[in-house]
Design a binder for this molecule. Structure first.
Ligand code: ADP
Ligand code: MG
Length: 234
């Protein structure tokens, strides 16, 4: 990619776009969380990303990794609930992968560290009806698209967003096994997971901003399998 200054500008654009999107989706996320939780996911996330935008506003001269780290700390202190430490702590930890800038390898490393940290801290597996159901297919698809299919990062990201969308849909028929929704037992079946949904919104905004900054084709609606079989084995 381009020089550090432009990379930071792209990251700040992404923070801005995500904060706007989450703000616009607050009621939608609240509705999803009222069906299976305590109706705070919309408020939690919009408070968190508003703080992330405020705290990064003056960081045009910082490194991209420092901006991402600040987003993580803002989310940790502002989001609360189960999702705050998962989102914030994982973004903060994964930001170290961007120390050398936003190279292809660094973005793969970022995505994988983010997913690993969410799973280490939340102990959720694919099929538990959480944000992990959007993340696992997205992260696997991103890496595979670059490393095995040799696609440019932008196209890889668009396939990853697609995979996340299928992961979100896949949460609907599941019975929740983690988080507040698990208290509902079978009554959680038939509802879409709020955290998987907010994960998808964030990825969609990352894709839009990446499309403004990178060459390559945006190719949504891919047909590759959503979840690799090995992740579904107990
Ligand atoms: P809370 O459940 O504490 O009210 P939120 O409503 O902000 O927190 O977030 C709920 C979302 O957090 C869920 O929809 C789910 O995606 C995610 N979540 C909850 N517990 C876990 C977990 N152990 N691992 C991964 N994600 C989880
Ligand atoms: Mg909640």
């Amino acid at each position: 990619m381009v020089d550090e200054h432009e990379q930071t500008a792209a990251v700040l654009d992404a923070v801005d776009a995500i904060a706007d999107r989450i703000d616009a989706e607050t009621d939608h996320l609240t509705d999803l969380d009222s069906a299976v939780g305590d109706a705070d996911h919309g408020a939690n996330m919009s408070r968190g990303f508003a703080a992330a935008r405020d705290q990064t506003e003056d960081m045009a001269d910082a490194s991209p990794a420092d901006v991402v780290k600040t987003v993580g700390t803002a989310l940790i202190s502002e989001v609360g609930g189960a999702s705050g430490p998962l989102y914030g702590g994982s973004i903060m930890k994964a930001s170290a992968a961007l120390a050398e800038g936003l190279t292809e390898e660094a973005t793969i490393e970022f995505a994988e560290t983010y997913l690993e940290t969410v799973q280490d801290r939340g102990d959720a597996r694919p099929g538990d009806k959480t944000m992990v159901d959007a993340l696992v297919p997205a992260v696997h698809t991103y890496r595979k698209s670059i490393e095995e299919d040799d696609l440019p990062p932008l196209t890889a990201l668009s396939k990853a967003v697609d995979a996340a969308e299928r992961g979100v849909n896949y949460t609907v028929p599941l019975r929740a096994r983690k988080g507040r929704a698990s208290y509902l037992g079978w009554r959680s079946v038939g509802h879409q997971d709020p955290g998987a949904t907010s994960t998808l919104f964030i990825l969609e905004e990352l894709l839009d901003v990446a499309a403004e900054h990178l060459d390559g084709e945006v190719d949504r609606d891919a047909t590759s399998p959503t979840i690799p079989d090995e992740d579904l084995e107990e």
